[in-house]
Design a protein around this ligand. Sequence first.
Ligand code: ADP
Ligand code: MG
Length: 719
Amino acid sequence: MVPSDTIAQHFRLAMPVAAALRKIGITTIHDLLYHFPARYDQGGTESSIAGLSIGQATIFGTIHALETKKSWKRKIPVGEAKLRDASGSIKIMWFHQPYVVKKFSEGMFVKASGMVSGKDGSLYLANPHIEPADPIETGIFAATPENTDAPIFPVYPESRGVSSLWFRHALKRVLNAGAHGIEDPIPSAIREKYRLPSLDTALVWIHAPERLSHAEAARKRFAFEEMFVLQIQKALDRLENDTRTAFPVNEGEKFARTFLKSLPFRSTHAQQRAIHDILRDFKKQHPMARLLEGDVGSGKTAVAAATAYAIVNSRPPERTSGTLQIAYMAPTEILAQQHFQSFIEYFKNLPINIALMTGSGCKKFPSKAHRHKATSISRAQLLKWIANGEIAMLVGTHALIQKSVVFQHLAYCIVDEQHRFGTRQRAALLQKPSPMHAKPVPHFLSMTATPIPRTLALTMYGDLDLSILDELPPGRTTITTEIVRSSHRTQAYERMRSELKKGRQAYVVCPRIEEPDPQKEHAVQAKSAKAEAARLQKDIFPEYEIGLLHGAMKPAEKDAVMARFACGKTHVLVATSVVEVGINVPNATVILIEGAERFGLAQLHQLRGRVQRSSHPPMCFLVSDTASHTSTTRLRALAHSSDGFKLAEIDLKTRGAGDLWGKKQWGISDIGMDALQNIRLIRAAREEATRVVQSDPHLTNHRALRARISSLAEKLHEE
Ligand code: ADP
Ligand code: MG
């Protein structure tokens, strides 16, 4: 049996099983071995959480969701937390000593002893004694005292057609067959340093553990492995980037200064720092690879424009005419359109051509007939002008990465909201075919307003240098954020009406597009944008025009709706979270979000950013009837903090990464997502990976690692 063998070579598969395996992407023995249980069941042990019953217990696990509150019945202060092990989680309550929670931190590994109380189904550990058990110093991987008599059953992620039992049997056979032939990608020195079990041991421990502590140790190991391999990839990317050449742009500062002087406002210090970072990178031999992170309204576009200005004022080497070219990619047509307009405005005094390319058409500025207007042109014509260098700046959507789009001197790629593009699309943009033989690689700037936790940034953007806009332009008043019960919605509407009377505009955001099917039992009861738009028009704001925007609309329809709202004809825009991405209507000052508890905090923060675009004091109403303490606490955090990155960290702690930053989007497994809770693990994986790549850039002495990296690359290619 070798890891690349297909499962069908060794197992007789019933049709539904074969189909189910294919559907979850398991074809080889290697895939099977790396399909991990979601949790474990164990019959009646005291020390695994799943097996707890009322009485004294000692449990090893990690602490989560620490909070203090008043018990609602007796009004006494309590500290609360969750204790989690491989089998499940249990609530911890410290009555009369809420301050205890301060002694612990999220994700801490501890030994908890105390009384299990409550009712079956809602057990909790009352006033337990807790000792920190540092996983690195005391060894999370040491055996923990537990009942080893009770058998442990791995439970695999739910998938129709193939049961946990099937996986248990299949894996037992594979593991019993002896050598499975997979080499350990983690070098032994690193394994020893972090006390990680070897691959052989960990595979047995994760699929057929005799102790839950073994399963936990194995999961940590695979989490480390995944992050380590990812970081090796990022380190290799950085190394490769440094071997490429870019168009050097040496006089950037001069042009950027001229540009900044032409603006009606003074750039913030943060903007100046970011511009400086970028211009410094432009002077280097190798292309820039940089991420610009900044809250909505922090002025990222101005940074992009100032640096783009430096590029379009630079001549290609050994040329007397034409300029270097820029590609600016936005996630939606609306945004591409908006940025096209902004750049026309920014560059109107320059003798350069700017073009727009989206799925629904192409435009060029200036038009031959009207010096101050853009005109529609054919795609074929635009492609020609891009290829011969006449277009200095091309703004667009995904349409830009099509093969037919060939630049003459593409020197700078800017991608707005990169997380909406896959890694592969980014590669496609940077490797735009160019007729020149020794082709320089464009400088790359990715911009995002999506606040993501530090661990996720280090993991997913580990190959990029970072500039942060941590300062909003002056004069923006801070937003008032209020939590409103639905019974008080009318008051919120009245305050909205008084803004509308002043000539301002408003957004109403709903969690869904359509009404749920009432026939369906579990239909989510949430406001739908369609029904809400109709209701507001008829019953609440008959004197105003209500618009409707949602993701299921055609791009042209969306554009029309946005255009009406942007010019003020529509007063209230009812929308789904599609408005989250960078739409800029400075006259909008109120946003009301229905079912607010359904959204992530970072997302809510982005949504309210829609009304922080002007100097009028903005307002945000979060409508929620949630009874959940955690939800209320989360929403309050939003009312109190205006720091998107802090909110993202709170999201990560209270809801977990998988829930919020769809793991599909990042291509990280469940175990990997759990690892994002652990900054120490992420840092360690990154440091070790950097060291390995520095000492062995071709991974000549790390064969298993090299194999893993090339299979990663293959997967990316197939996507
Ligand atoms: P972001 O893309 O980061 O959300 P934008 O670049 O779209 O932000 O800027 C938001 C608004 O603020 C725009 O109208 C822009 O013209 C304006 N702006 C940008 N920088 C400044 C500044 N330093 N001072 C005042 N206004 C600014
Ligand atoms: Mg923007």
